[in-house]
Design a protein around this ligand. Structure first.
Ligand code: HEM
Length: 409
């Protein structure tokens, strides 16, 4: 079968505007797409639900590609690494056990469903204050002025960083997102990346110092306390964890909220149904996550040879798994392109699965439910201004770049 030129397709404006027909075509024709390179590199792109779920849950598919290199190369590449990559190496997201278990264990307790339940009134108060700041306006940008300020304020409070610094966090996040993406990283990006890595290190080092002297009821103080109780976590690891939580804690939730607003504006009957039956919010949020997954793609490396069906995955191969394609696989979801606010069961993979399953899932769900309810209770007649959605230029993250809304009174 002739190979589809996948890399080009993933970077095309057609894919950015609507990735789903391309993903469907791939799932039908080459669900285990393999690109081989002259230097021997092999990169997979998987689009079937069962394959994606298998890879995410099987410990032979790992994150630390460096561990597959010979010892001396590992060390050399680590030394040459720009500061931003050195920080990524300390993110639990890019680690395997035992380091992954240790890093994750430290913040796990903060994000349990019970802890998040207790935060609901505070999330609601934040959403209401954002609505209040927009009340006099006839138009606003749902992304910058609504979907962004809520999760950033929530995660800043949980971590214990001043919300007033949110413009700084936004800037850091934009740079970090470029590195997470598949897009080519330019020399300028690298320079900017190293600059912000240093800025972030300074920022959090200072804050850690302050919290060591005067602890508060926040995640940073909790991390310091567990370090003092003897859990092994270096200062650099603590800083890297703060940056990851800050980044992961809003970058994706902004997209969940914006995507859901876009979906509900496109289907006013469903918006109406949701407002009449508010008990549907939990299943509706999972359906928004399934149908427009904020994280569309993630990847692993093969630690030892594995067969999936007839396909041989060799040690060292890179495996990209399309969460977006899995979430619309008709073998798993009936009528997958239809938004069904009551869909149940809905075993979507928007938060991935297995060891790296999103730690913030209960928080993201609560923020999504509350932010959407508060918005549509305040404004029953919102309209999207303009014909086309201006989607983010990313193959990993999906969400509108801007979503201008007009308030009809
Ligand atoms: C991991 C999605 C919100 C913190 C992940 C992964 C996905 C994901 C797909 C796994 C990536 C992989 O396996 O390679 C999302 C989505 C969100 C969201 C769609 C919102 C709608 C949050 C929030 C937080 C958070 C609010 C923070 C508090 C994390 C962390 C990890 C993670 C720390 C790494 C977990 C690990 O490696 O063990 N997220 N996330 N996320 N997420 Fe989320």
């Amino acid at each position: 079968m002739p190979q589809l030129d996948l890399t080009e397709q993933l970077k095309s404006p057609t894919y950015r505007d609507n990735p789903y027909p391309i993903l469907e075509d791939l799932r039908l024709k080459q669900p285990q797409y393999l690109q081989t390179y002259e230097n021997g590199a092999r990169i997979w792109f998987l689009t079937k639900y069962d394959d994606v779920s298998f890879v995410l849950k099987d410990s032979r598919f790992i994150k630390e590609w460096r561990s597959l290199l010979p010892e001396e190369e590992r060390w050399v590449s680590g030394q040459r690494e720009p500061a931003i990559f050195q920080m990524f190496q300390k993110w639990m997201l890019f680690r395997d056990p035992p380091a992954h278990t240790r890093l994750r264990g430290l913040v796990n307790k903060t994000f349990t469903p019970r802890m998040i339940e207790s935060m609901r009134p505070r999330i609601e108060a934040i959403a209401l204050s954002v609505v209040a700041s927009l009340r006099e306006k006839d138009r606003f940008d749902c992304v910058a002025e609504y979907a962004f300020p809520i999760p950033v304020a929530v995660i800043a409070e949980m971590l214990g960083v001043p919300t007033e610094d949110r413009d700084l966090f936004r800037e850091w996040s934009t740079v970090l997102a470029r590195f997470i993406d598949l897009s080519d990283v330019s020399e300028d990006d690298l320079a900017r990346g190293s600059e912000i890595a240093h800025e972030m290190m300074h920022y959090f080092r200072d804050l850690l110092m302050v919290r060591r002297v005067a602890p508060r009821d926040d995640l940073i103080s909790a991390m310091i306390a567990s370090e003092e109780r003897g859990d092994r976590l270096s200062e650099d690891e603590m800083i890297a964890t703060c940056v990851l939580i800050l980044f992961a804690g809003h970058e994706t939730t902004v997209n969940l909220i914006s995507n859901a607003v876009y979906l509900l504006l496109r289907e006013p009957d469903k918006r109406q149904e949701l407002l009449l039956h508010k008990e549907l919010f939990p299943t509706a949020v999972d359906e928004f996550l399934r149908i427009e997954s904020p994280v569309q793609l993630t990847s692993r490396f093969v630690a030892e040879d594995v067969m999936i069906g007839d396909a041989q995955f060799r040690r060292g191969d890179e495996v990209n798994v399309s969460l977006a394609a899995a979430n619309r696989d008709p073998a798993q979801f009936k009528d997958p392109d239809r938004m069904d606010l009551r869909r149940s069961p809905n075993r979507h993979l928007a938060f991935a699965a297995g060891a790296h399953f999103c730690i913030g899932a209960p928080l993201a769900r609560a923020e999504g439910e509350i932010a959407l309810r508060v918005l549509f209770e305040e404004w029953t007649a919102l309209e999207h201004v303009g014909e086309k959605i201006d989607w983010r230029d990313s193959t990993v993250f999906r969400g509108p770049f801007t979503l201008p809304l007009a308030v009809r009174r």
